[in-house]
Design a protein around this ligand. Sequence first.
Ligand code: SAM
Ligand code: SF4
Length: 351
Amino acid sequence: MGRLVPGPARPYVSLMKIAPLIDPFARPITYLRVSVTDRCDFRCTYCMAEHMQFLPKAELLTLEELDRLCSAFVGLGVRKLRITGGEPLVRRGIMGFFRAMSRHLDQGPEMGLDELTLTTNGSQLARFAHELADCGVRRINVSLDTLDADKFAAITRWGRLPQVLDGLRAAKDAGLRVKINTVALKGFNEDELFTLVDWCADQGHDLTFIEVMPMGDIGGEDRLDQYWPLSDLRARLESRQTLTPLPERSGGPARYARIEETGQKIGFITPLTHNFCESCNRVRLTCTGELFMCLGQEDRADLRAPLRASGDADLAAAIREAITRKPKGHDFDYSRGIGGQVTRHMSHTGG
Ligand code: SAM
Ligand code: SF4
């Protein structure tokens, strides 16, 4: 694979002037999440089976192709780009890609990217945190479901807690702001709720809890056995501290509250107990060039064919056509069994 050479931002910026992306429900699409690989160095039990079948490497878009695609989205008004996976930091050459994407930052008001960021399991942060900061990354999401080393090894199967804690120290040292993402797991981290909240307050990390979503086969594990509704988690928090809801700002699925006693901000992503699709501003691109207009629906648009066959104008047209198919909301529902699930894994679509 060739070395990525950052190209100009301008040709894409001029495309944006034509018309921004607006979906059929009048929601502006300004946020792109890109899964740069479906591979991972962990095997979290709620995310994938231990012997997960990954895509053949030949099916992956090259980093140069991902650059062209992401840049086309930036040209159409996307202001926030999140790199995810799989584990994004295990893709070879990924720092060149971050470096290339950084050319879209600081383009002035209403142009280019406001934010370049990533979601990571933290395993490679000790190595990459400073370089990420150097590429203009300011905030990162790090997934961490427990602070107990044995439980960490059990839930990630292949991960080790000290490696992630080292990574978090490196992130802090590099000046990156960290938000911890914790999947609420029944019988697994219920007993650590206050420990996790207090540790994040102590470390100066934001914290968001996520309900486990019914995505992909996870090899014999039962989703319903894992599902801990955030309504219950929140009630437990409120039995100890006062939570004041904060106004919605990000347009994302998370809702935030402030813990009055500490001033700490806690997020809740509740696709199952409360659906916040009405303000959805995002779409998701896979490492094979499929665009998912909704995390919780099967419909997708193939962008690889127009990417490979034609120039930037046709690619922009294909993106626009895909956005006209963005549905009103997801269809996750545990009560409908298999009908309320999607078959692909979170690691494929990018969590
Ligand atoms: N490997 C990176 C990481 O773990 O942060 C990025 C990709 S991972 C798929 C992104 C997020 O999705 C993580 O916070 C993970 O906990 C979450 N996730 C994975 N499977 C999930 C599921 N079935 N339901 C809810 N969240 C899930
Ligand atoms: Fe890997 Fe992230 Fe999935 Fe865990 S949640 S297996 S770290 S992709």
